[in-house]
Structure formats: C-alpha cells, structure tokens
Design a protein around this ligand. Sequence first.
Ligand code: NDP
Length: 502
Amino acid sequence: MAQEKKKLTTNFGRPVDDDQNSKTAGIPGPTIMEDIHLVEKLAHFNRERIPERVVHAKGAGAGGYFEVTHDITQYTRAKFLSKIGKRTEVFLRFSTVGGEKGSADSARDPRGFAVKFYTEEGNYDLVGNNTPVFFIRDPIKFPDFIHTQKRNPATNAKDPDMFWDFLSLTPESIHQVTILFSDRGTPKSFRHMNGYGGHSFKLWNAKGQYVWAKFHLKTAQGIQNLTRQEATRLAGEDPDHATDDLFQAIERGEYPAWNVQVQIMTPEQAKDYKFNPFDMTKVLPHGDFPVMPLGRLVLNRNPQNYFAEVEQAAFCPGNFVPGIGPSPDKMLQARILFYHDAHRYRLGANYHLIPVNSPKGVKAHTYQRDGAMRVDDNEGAGPNYYPNSFQGPEPHSEVAEPGIEVTGKTGRQPHIHPNDDFVQAGNLYRKVMKDEDRDHLIGNIVDHLGNAQKRIQLRQTALFYKADSEYGSRVANGLKLDVKEVERLAKMSPEERAKATQ
Ligand code: NDP
C-alpha cells in the first residue's frame, strides 16, 4: 500500500495551500508581501550555507561500530576498550584537505580519517589522516602551510611556486612530502586506505600508570591507489568518485572494515629514544615498537541526510575519555583547542547539541548555559553555577589523569636535530618502496615541481637529495637540473640554502 504523503506546511506548521504559484495582485502579478510562505522559502534559501571548513571541506561519512578484539586493559581504563567483544557506535568522516567543498576526490592530498566513538564515558574522537606523519611539527606554521596549499591571493588559482616555496623552506616536511607524492597520495577510494592517529597519545590504566600510544587503522580491503594519470582523469570525469564509492559499497552491503592496532611506548623508552617521539613528522618504527591488534571498525550505515550528519559532524582531538589523553606533541596541544574553536565559529557555541555530535552513550551535564541555538532543555531548572547545594552535577575525581614531569625554561624552542628529519624519508624511499613505487614517486614529483620556478626546484630537490642521494639525483635528472648544484645545496644549512636560492 502506498505510504500516506506528509502534508506540506510552513516552518511553523501551518498547512500550505499551494507551492507552485506565489500570491499576486491580479494576473499575472505583481507578487504581494503577505505571501509569508514565499518569503520564508526564499529567506531560508539565502541562509542554506554555513561556513565551509577552512581545511577538510570536501568529505564523505558513514556510521558503524568498533569492536574490541584484544585486551588492552593493562594500558587503558577506557570503558569502551574494557572487554573483548564490546561494541561502540562510531561515525567516521573521510575528506581531502586543501580543496573546497566542490573539489575533486582524487586530488593529491592527505585524506582526513576522523572517527567519533560514542562511548558510555562521552565521545572519543580520533582525528587522523591516511598518512602516519604530517608536514610540520609546530602549530605556529599551520596557517602559513595551509595558505600555500590553497589559492594565490592575486590570481585565486593554485600556485606551484607557493606550494613548493614553503615546503622547500620547511625541511621537516620531507617525510610527508615523500608519502604524499607516492601513489598513497591518491588513494583509489576511502575504503582502500589506512587511517593513522598520527600523534602519540597518553593511555592510562585503572592503577594510574601511563604509557604513550599510536593508533593505526589498517584497511581490510587492502591498500589500492590511483596513478597520477588515473587521478587526473577521475578529477574531470567523476570528481565525486570516492564519495560515491563509499555510499554505494555500503548500500550493496559490502561494509568496509579496518583492523585497529596500537603501538605502545613506555615513558622510560620515550625519555631515551633516538628522536622526539612527540614529533608528528616521524613514525615510531615497527621494529622498535611492534603494532598490537586492538579491534575492528566496520562501517555499515549510510547517512540519511548529508548535511545533518556529514556536513555538521564536528570532530576534535580534544574529545578524550578517561584512560586516553594528550601527549606533549605540540601539534596535538594546539589541535585539542582549535578544532573546538573552528566548530564554534562554523556551527555555533552549542554545536555539541547537533545530534551527530551529541554523546549517545551518556547524557552530558554541564554548567554552560544559553547561547544561540540552545535547543535542548538548557538543563531545566537546575543550578547554573558550581559549587551549589541544589543537587547540581558533581565532578568525579576518580577520572583524574596521571600527570607527567615537565621541566625547562619557557621560550620559543627550535628543533635541535635538523638532520633527523631526513632519516625516515630516506628509509621509506630506500627500504620500503619497490621499484614501481619509486618510479611513480619520481614521476609524480617531476610533474608537479616542474611547474615551480627553477630556484625553488633546486631548493626542494636538495631536500630529496638529503633524504637519499639517488632520490635527489633522479628528481634532478627528471627536472633537468644540475645534480652537482643540487648536491652543493644539500650540504648547506637551511639558512645558507635559502640565501643561495633567493
Ligand atoms: P617497516 O618496514 O616495519 O614498515 C614499513 C611500513 O611502511 C609498512 O608496514 C607499511 O605500513 C608502510 N608502507 C609500505 N609500503 C609503503 C609505501 N609505498 N608508501 C608508504 N608507506 C608504505 O619499517 P619502519 O616501521 O621502520 O618504517 C620505515 C618507513 O616506513 C618509515 O620511515 C615510514 O616512512 C614508513 N611507514 C612506517 C609506519 C610506521 O608506523 N612505522 C607506517 C607507515 C609508513 P602500513 O602497514 O601502515 O601501511
């Protein structure tokens, strides 16, 4: 039997008699002001857009669950990780980073990989990427970096000079640049890539003992990438290919899954480690810190409405639950504050009340009140201050997190081991990549860097050379640069190199 159709009304529920003809004075018009339905319709249309995310604007999302497969209670007291077999509802948003909301899914760009776990102790957000590292280690560089990946202020076009000028003056980016210009920089779909938490996080157990941890989400579909030729073709022919692929796979019942793993590092290991383990430009080598299985994440529910669930989804690395917390990673320290800030700007002070962002496993109780779009009961008649003697919510000290030792002087502290930035990029090129990966990497770089000014090409190629002399020489040859000059630049300090390529 056909479902009875809903009745069309105004926003305030008044039945609408006609949605095809505006009210007019006579035939054919003019229209008259008393047509409140027409005014409401046009006025709301003008207000349909909310600010686009400055980064990660183009995205796709889906719901599902996380299931614990291995016991890690010796490391964390987080309740959602407390028992093998325990399931927690999740919402995951994938994205590209630099492009606008209408940009192509196949762009060479990291992919955002943001997971919201709706736990019984509040929402835990793991806001990662499909790459284990990032371009920079200090948040003070973030706005500059992002500007260079976007549009030239004069031409409003993408600009290879801006793109490579910044990267070539920022040597710590070399590891991420190497991953980005490998075929992993153009994943075949959101289903065929890994996710990484990126930062080291603090895990602490019921006894208050803590360790550092990195999370990896390995695709059960297998890694599959596009070549740059395929990515370029898709950008024109099917710019929403990954968004569509995710939706259609879930519609078909082919639920994508990821095996969740964790690397653990004790505070003692961190103290003496050969590089700063809180530096987001580096991975923790598997040989030193083996990955341990933890759980499985499955996406099995498409959003019913894109705007409600995906566009309004708001993730913040500062959404922790007891048993998981921040590390001293400077990037993380900034992210835990400024993602909330971005959402307050984009969605409003009460964005936590939007259903996709609200905790589901527990009811939130705070002394925050009022503000635009406070659409729940605003904590009713309960007290709006603390302390109080009127049964307001109480803090519970048993969730307090173990502190860490901190010493030293305040100040703007530069990174003191500049050459350690090249080790992992070199290892990736030499030891991990296969011949075909290296061939594609060089081709992808030459194709893109070749559009920048020659002095910038030289400066950037010197960084590839510092990572691995063969890597740098092959890029130099591809760009028809003098390898001897590249080698000379590679031996200079960053300041000398910048001066020599002004
Ligand atoms: P391993 O040999 O133990 O690890 C290499 C890892 O590199 C693999 O496990 C795989 O990680 C990843 N990988 C494989 N092929 C590629 C590719 N074509 N492009 C990018 N990554 C690839 O050595 P280490 O742990 O000592 O790491 C060596 C280098 O591998 C690092 O410097 C880093 O560049 C890269 N890497 C390391 C990761 C880590 O967490 N240790 C994670 C990813 C890359 P996965 O299973 O995560 O895909």
